[in-house]
Write a protein that binds this ligand. Structure first.
Ligand code: HEM
Length: 445
């Protein structure tokens, strides 16, 4: 079964129509030619953008000359309510200072320290599954919020908090479009609606409670060694300075959001793909049974099917479908003039399904990862975690967490698709399904 793909828009559209389509879903607003083109430019009175699929240019923008293509303020301003001035949205020296404090928190063997949190959250998620119709997105959001919560503050997230955050984040994505007229007309101040403010306040309230409780424990010398304690204690080796209290809440906000929303999206799609491919699901379940019998961090290294399913799910449904940068100066891309201030879009969604860069790009074929052809394609066009200096610092964490959750779930449950409710991919900030991802769950013998 070919995994669902948004129907691209047909032909040219006016700026107004494009904005309307974009607001609903940034994927189906795009034309089909982006799956074949190396580059496409868009020009309107206050907006110039260039989507680049040429691997050489992608490397140039993200890695070689990352400094000349900072994150676009037109997009990051939309995230301000949720993320304040976290590392995800800043640029230049402010970004570099924060990143220097964050990288050691995830460095080297530190992901292993979070393995018990991942395992406990995965087991709790498998306990919550009920036989029959089962919606994967809410369940995986709960599971991954629980993982990051346990890894950050050494305790599980309350059921009520998990449900509130899931609803608030979904509501926020709908209430707060990634691009809105305020972003197009840069001289207008950014305006946030009441609904976006309310949903952001729910999420930020949860984070503020977490940070305040931990600050008291650090002061009393009773804080456990977890991600939040490490962030609070992180110091810049050059200056000896750490995060201020306000900065810390913003950084914890991005860890919490980037750390669970993306992983939840990836896992929900991975479960749907497994449900639609019973043969692959059986292979993964065999690895899962061995893992569940003696779960441990080292066992993850001998689970090739699980690893390739995660890679393939991230290829077909990259949780971050597009990344937007802004050209600091005039450029020439593929012989075309790119004006200063042009929005440069890198689209993992299109790169991962590019017809000239992948064989059979829309098919779910985890076994492709054993071939040299796929590895060559991946070197050119596989960016689920971005690349270069702003590469996702949580990539190792996310890959480990995904393998643990899939293995624990599949050791206990068998999933089938519900043919009457096929998911329709739709993206605002992350790639989700328009009406959820419905599966049918049955206990494994
Ligand atoms: C499957 C799961 C994940 C995916 C697909 C993912 C993907 C990404 C991508 C594509 C970016 C770059 C965005 C851009 O440059 O515009 C990013 C940045 C980031 N991610 Fe992740 N991520 C995942 C999980 C995590 C986790 C688990 C954490 C932390 C616990 C995390 C923390 C961050 C942070 C802090 C940044 C900002 C880095 C910077 O700008 O320097 N992510 N992620």
């Amino acid at each position: 079964m070919i995994p669902p793909k948004p129907v691209p828009r047909e032909g040219r559209v006016s700026l107004l129509r494009y904005l309307r389509l974009f607001r609903r879903d940034i994927l189906s607003a795009q034309p089909a030619r982006l799956y074949r083109a190396w580059m496409a430019t868009f020009r309107a009175p206050f907006l110039r953008s260039a989507l680049v699929n040429d691997p050489r240019l992608v490397r140039e923008v993200l890695e070689v000359r990352a400094h000349d293509f900072p994150k676009s303020p037109r997009v990051t301003s939309g995230l301000a309510l949720l993320l304040g001035r976290s590392v995800f949205v800043t640029n230049g020296a402010e970004w570099a200072r924060a990143r220097a404090l964050i990288d050691p928190v995830f460095a080297g063997g530190r992901v292993k320290d979070s393995f018990p949190a991942m395992l406990a959250a995965a087991q709790a998620a498998a306990d919550r599954v009920q036989p029959g119709a089962w919606e994967a997105e809410a369940a995986m959001s709960h599971a991954t919020a629980d993982v990051i919560f346990r890894a950050m503050v050494s305790r599980p997230i309350d059921d009520a908090d998990a449900a509130a955050v899931f609803a608030a984040f979904r509501g926020h994505q709908r209430a707060q479009p990634v691009l809105h007229p305020g972003a197009l007309l840069p001289f207008l101040p950014r305006w946030h609606g009441a609904r976006a403010r309310a949903t952001a306040a729910t999420i930020r309230g949860l984070i503020a409670r977490m940070v305040d409780a931990r600050a008291a424990e650090v002061a009393a010398g009773t804080a456990p060694d977890d991600l939040v304690t490490r962030l609070m204690q992180a110091r810049d080796p050059a200056t000896g300075q750490g995060f201020s209290a306000g900065d810390l809440a913003d950084q914890v906000a991005i860890f919490f959001l980037a750390g669970h929303e993306t992983s939840a999206a990836a896992l929900s799609w991975a479960l749907w793909l497994l449900a639609a491919h019973a043969d692959v699901q059986d292979q993964l379940a065999a690895e899962a049974a061995a893992f569940a019998a003696a779960p441990g961090f080292p066992a993850l290294a001998s689970m090739p099917v699980t690893r390739d399913v995660v890679r393939e799910a991230l290829r077909l449904y990259p949780p971050v479908p597009m990344m937007v940068r802004q050209a600091r100066q005039a450029e020439r891309f593929r012989g075309r003039a790119i004006a200063r201030g042009c929005q440069v879009v890198i689209s993992p969604w299109h790169l991962h399904r590019h017809e000239r860069l992948w064989e059979d790009p829309d098919a779910f074929r985890p076994e492709r990862w054993g071939t040299e052809a796929a590895r060559a394609s991946a070197r050119e066009a596989y960016l689920p975690f971005s690349a270069g200096p702003r590469v996702c610092p949580g990539a190792g964490f996310a890959l480990t967490e995904a393998a643990v959750i899939l293995a624990v779930m599949l050791a206990r449950w068998r999933f089938a698709v519900d043919p009457a409710r096929l998911p329709v991919p739709q993206a605002q900030l992350t790639v989700r399904a328009r009406d959820g991802i419905w599966l049918v769950a049955a206990p494994r013998a």
